[in-house]
Design a protein around this ligand. Sequence first.
Ligand code: ADP
Ligand code: GLC
Length: 481
Amino acid sequence: MKKVLFIASESVPFIKTGGLADVVGSLPKSFDKNEIDCRVIIPKYKCMKEKFIGDLEYITHFYMDLAWRTQYVGVFKTVYDGVTIYFIDNEYYFSGDKPYGDICYDIEKFAFFSRAALSILPVVDFRPDIIHCHDWQTGLVPVYLKDSFAQGSFYQGIKSIMTIHNLKFQGVWDAKTVRDIAGLSDYYMTPDKLGFYQDANLLKGGIAYADVVTTVSDTYAKEIQTEFYGEKLDGLMRARSNSLYGIVNGIDYDEYNPETDKYITKNYNVDTFRKDKKVNKRQLQQDLGLEVDDKKFMIGIVSRLTDQKGFDLIAYIMDELCQEDVQIVVLGTGEEKYENMFRHFDWKYGNKVSAHIYYSEEMSHRIYASCDAFLMPSLFEPCGLSQLMSLRYGTVPIVRETGGLRDTVEPYNEYESKGTGFSFANYNAHEMLNTIRYAMHVYYNKKREWNKIVDRGMMTDFSWTTSAKRYEEIYRNLLGW
Ligand code: ADP
Ligand code: GLC
């Protein structure tokens, strides 16, 4: 039995701001339990769902030295879906009303978290063979492992993996402050380690020091070696290309299952969607005050509202799109300019656009289940889970061919009757609009073809089965086992 430890800043069902939480919450339980004991460490945020906080078991606490400070580390634990999860408690760092805030403060918070996560291991008596780190918040873990923790026999030989879920976020601050906060010497601040122009970069440290680096799709693994997608780390990505792997994410097929989903009006599956899926649409139309007509082409968007997701393209053609025979339902929060943009169009085209500027799991499931198409024209997309959820619910994705969107949505080919969605190549608003119009044409005029696209999408397997095996293979190679 090999032991693997995930360290991450979020995980479902406890705390989630994006797809990272879905992955951390669903991949560990997908490993072969006879071969791998995979546990998880996340912070114990005060803003976690209350029902979970009450259920956590207090294990112990101690004080940890970090640079010039001595800090409280509380350890809590729970077992969820068969996976052991440890929570690091520290009220000073984890009391905010959301997990992330000001970047300088976040850097201090996650430097503390990274060190605390390593420090609790002897205390909870779990010595992992591999520590699997996720995103910049845990970038210091591979660094600490080779630095101050290298002396202790407990930690010797532990391998580390850094998974990049989004290269855009790196945890960058001025080198002197990071050095002081993280308790690292100048030795680490050179350009081959954390040094990043005048600053220090936590993710860069993780990438430089981890034994293996992975990212969440094959295409993104290639893209980040180019200047456009490389976020100023393309050189390092190229340098590490021999130990860089792209493994596409899966989704939790129990959680996202139209056949059993408790949030939706009418359950359905690949055999019954023709008749039952539209029951969800009608109910949603009614609840949102849209015209109740199950023949209307309904487009869904569920997303963080950031420029990553292509909202500039949508803003550009929204008036034109609203002249068409469509309904658009949006669920998201994020940058104010996009929140206001959707509020504006909701006001302007009240009978066609319904914008929901908040976070709601229930509403997201209802949108995945009710809409005909799902729009995700990302500027870049490491993997993307929303399009996978859409496919699972028979909602046809319309995407830009980038990163994981390119790897998971097969463009419709009318001559060969192939494909699971619609896609376009360039970051161009009218290319997107034309693609939406093409989808709409197939929907309204070739319904049988449309239903076959839905069929193929629902039959594609994006559960974790295949990708969990690929991670297992990496673990195996790393340990020579
Ligand atoms: P990212 O991680 O870049 O935000 P993903 O597509 O990988 O993008 O994952 C997004 C996840 O967050 C999906 O599970 C999606 O359903 C969910 N999500 C995004 N915005 C909201 C929202 N406002 N309410 C509920 N769920 C949301
Ligand atoms: C990031 C990416 C998204 C990916 C998710 C989970 O948030 O933006 O594309 O699906 O991480 O890996």
